[in-house]
Design a protein around this ligand. Sequence first.
Ligand code: G4P
Length: 534
Amino acid sequence: MSTLLEEINKRRTFAIISHPDAGKTTLTEKLLLYGGAIHLAGSIKSRKTQRHAVSDWMEIEKQRGISVTSSVLQFDYNGFKINILDTPGHQDFSEDTYRTLMAVDSAVMIIDAAKGVEAQTKKLFKVCRERRIPIFTFVNKLDRYGKAPLDLMDEIEKVLGIPTYPMNFPIGIDGKYLGVFDRQKNQVELFAEDTSHGQLERNSEIFAADSPEMIDRIGQETYDALQDDLMLLDEAGEDFDKAKVDAGDLTPTFFGSAMTNFGVQNFLEEYLKLAPPPAPRVSSDGIIEPDDDKFSAFVFKIQANMNPAHRDRLAFIRICSGKFERNMNVWHAQEDKSIKLSQPQQFLAQDRQIIDEAYPGDIVGLFDPGIFGIGDTLTDSAHKFKFEDFPIFPPEKFARVQAKDTMKRKQFTKGIEQLTQEGAIQLFNQVGAGTESYIVGTVGTLQFEVLQYRLKSEYSVDVILTMQPFEVARWLKFEDGKPVTPTSLRGADRGMFVTDRNGQPVLIVENEWSLGWIRENNPNLILNPVPFED
Ligand code: G4P
């Protein structure tokens, strides 16, 4: 029997962040291959059919089986239990992505060697940096022509503001690298031809740094060039500093090719040595250490209809402390109620399974009869507290949504309610507009396409979407406590007066300028970019 602390120290929970097409799916799959969770790579990828749909997310959604396995995966490697959380690739999913990044202890950033640092990578990186979690870099696609390794390191430092520490360094010339120099082990790994198109683990041979046989194989010229690069790294490069890595101020960098399994294993092993086990979390009762024997967890994602055969809804929790046991009773902080956690599910490489126990760092899917919200805390009833709230992102895009067929009102409302609870959209009612339509607010426009797609595929409802010319929402309150109504607010007709799901009044306007007018003309009005707490 292992102790709680031993179980915690085995866990590594991370997300892969990258711009679409940098190789996240491919690398994830190769990690599963090396973890022995799958035996032939290509199974996840080959199901990813036409790539030209609205987004990767939709494609994945179309293939429900993949969505289940890719939102969170657990596999074993060398005694470690690894949890990989999927982050949606599209920029519009900043909110969803943000929540996922709240649940990890480190991040792996993939950079396409030919493209360098791309837009989406920058955004995701920023979130990781704010959380001050360690960030590991995997420079991918080294099997084909790309930017020079030193230039890429320079680009990462300049664009993202984080210095790199190359853990390994490619040997050979651009597009035809022969292997890598491992700076930790001071040895050379030369790769054999990839004859399986990356489906199987790649053979390689290890040599001492000055092995004559290795020099003979790669040629004196290549060897000399490598020595020059290594000298440059030693003299001009950063020193390795674990404290800086832990604080997210230095990124250990690996060069490789996920597709051809070049440097993948080396990356996995070094990553596991350096990446942190589950970290303590801030709560209303101070810092909660993972080895606190009282159970605690928070909900970071809710997803419905993952399996169209069962209309189930899952709440994903990240365990923060103590041991999770099936059928345990816990206290649900937001509802102030005790609940029993039955049928918990965990996600192994290919499918989901009912589990009996789980530990800090693990992600568990709970059947959710509609009681959970994003950010909710679950704790042992003997130690009640709440974890820090998740940030709320003010909506910036608005549309009126109604069902094409009024006979489908019921399904339409159900679908809209569901997506609101998942946190994909924010729902408003226009005051005085009746109940035929809703005003939906989102952070990005893609969510509207997702909304349309999911209402159709999961609830068989076609909707009419009318975009509204507004970009700013403010929750409203008068200082003297008088109710804010379309008539008590001066200039309510300059925007759209709506109420949120809890009945709080909200004004949606075109821009900051309109907001300025409202502020000036309603001197005792309090305007909030997010709902008021009470
Ligand atoms: P993503 O999840 O980050 O969006 O990227 P994904 O893994 O789907 O990879 C995007 C494309 O890049 C895929 O090609 C994939 O095969 C390719 N790729 C990934 N890693 C490497 C690598 O190390 N080297 C090279 N040369 N290519 C790589 P595709 O043509 O879009 O798909 P497919 O036809 O290969 O399935």
